[in-house]
Each structure stands twice: as C-alpha cells, then as structure tokens.
Ligand binder design. Sequence first.
Ligand code: GAR
Length: 210
Amino acid sequence: PLRVAVLISGSGSNLQALIDAVEGRQLPGVEIVLVISNKASAQGLQRALKHKLPAAYIPWKKREEAEQQILSLLQLFRADLIVLAGWMRILSAEFTSQFPQRMINLHPALLPDDSGDTYTTSDGSVIPALRGLHVIERAIEAGLKVTGSTVHYVIPAVDAGPVIGRAEVAIEPGDTPDTLQEKLKSQEHRLIVEAVRAYAEQVHLVAPAQ
Ligand code: GAR
C-alpha cells in the first residue's frame, strides 16, 4: 500500500476526510501510517488517536531540531507520501528537498501552474495568487469574487510547485473569514481525497503493488 503521513497544526478536518475515505474504502491501496502535529492541542491529534493511528506532537521551537525529529518519524514509519493538511509551519529547503514528488500541500487560495503572481479563474478573471499566511482574510480584503483551494507538490519555494488539483469557491457579499473558511474546507475535503487517490493511482502505474 501507499503509506501516507499527514502533518497538521489544528482542527484536522482534512485529516478526518482522509481517514473517512480510507475507512470507507474510497482510497484503495492507501494507508495512513502517521499523524504529526506541531501543536499539542490540535484537535486533529485526537481524531488520529480515536482512529488508532500513530500520532505525534513535535514542538516547533528550533526548526532544525523539529525537522530532524519529523524526518526520523517519517523514516521509522516508512512514509511514502507526506500530506501537509493544515500544516502551518514553513519547512526548510533542506527538509523539503528530501521528498521530491513525495510531499503535497493543501493551500486555501488559488495558485497558478507556474510561479506567477496571478491566477486566471474559470470565468476568465485574473486574480492575485495569494501565498503565505492569512490568505482567506486577504482574499476578502482584496474584494475578490472568487477564491479557492489548491493541492500542489511541495518544492522549496513556499506555496508553489506543480498543481495536482484546485477547487474554486465564490465569495459572496457578507462572507466573513469564518464563513469563507467553512466553504473552502467543504471543497477541500473532497479535493484532498481526490489528490491522494490520483497520487496513489499514478504511483501504482509506475510501481505496481506487490
Ligand atoms: C485548511 O483550510 C487548509 O487549506 C489551511 O488550513 C486549513 C486546515 O483545516 N492550510 C493552510 O493555511 C496552510 N498554510 P483543517 O485543520 O480543518 O484540515
């Protein structure tokens, strides 16, 4: 099977979507083997434990130390694919470069195929490609009518890398960061499962299950 590690920092609703998909046999050949949080209080850790998944809290005081601990765990649990699902810390280039094509990130804004600063929505409007923190608030403040979420491969540059999938979400008058986050998450739960499924199928094409 494809051995997946999920890195989280908070509520872990996307982790839950993955757990539900695995348990519901919607992700054949996929196993979640490890959950890591940089926050001890992350609700996602409780979700992992409830489903009897190995779960670790790695404090993020010194980045090098935390990354070394994460690396050791990923090796110990023989993770094939690392999913950043609501992971709120920037990983160093030294770290991410050890997992070429093996780490994917979920980002709550629309990112283009290239490293450009704009994204063209399905209705043809050109909007800023929002990278970094607080992108939900920034989308509202910028007066955007459309935002969305993107799943992409992780490369050393932050919130960049080949795109696996996207979902667009309309910003309606009266939307607040909270209401918009809810709308984004409900799309993300489908998006992240589809991305892992696509990844698993692609890996199987290259290396058939034994
Ligand atoms: C998701 O909306 C995800 O896109 C975002 O955090 C949320 C986590 O929700 N990720 C980032 O902002 C990454 N910088 P969850 O903990 O309920 O899955």
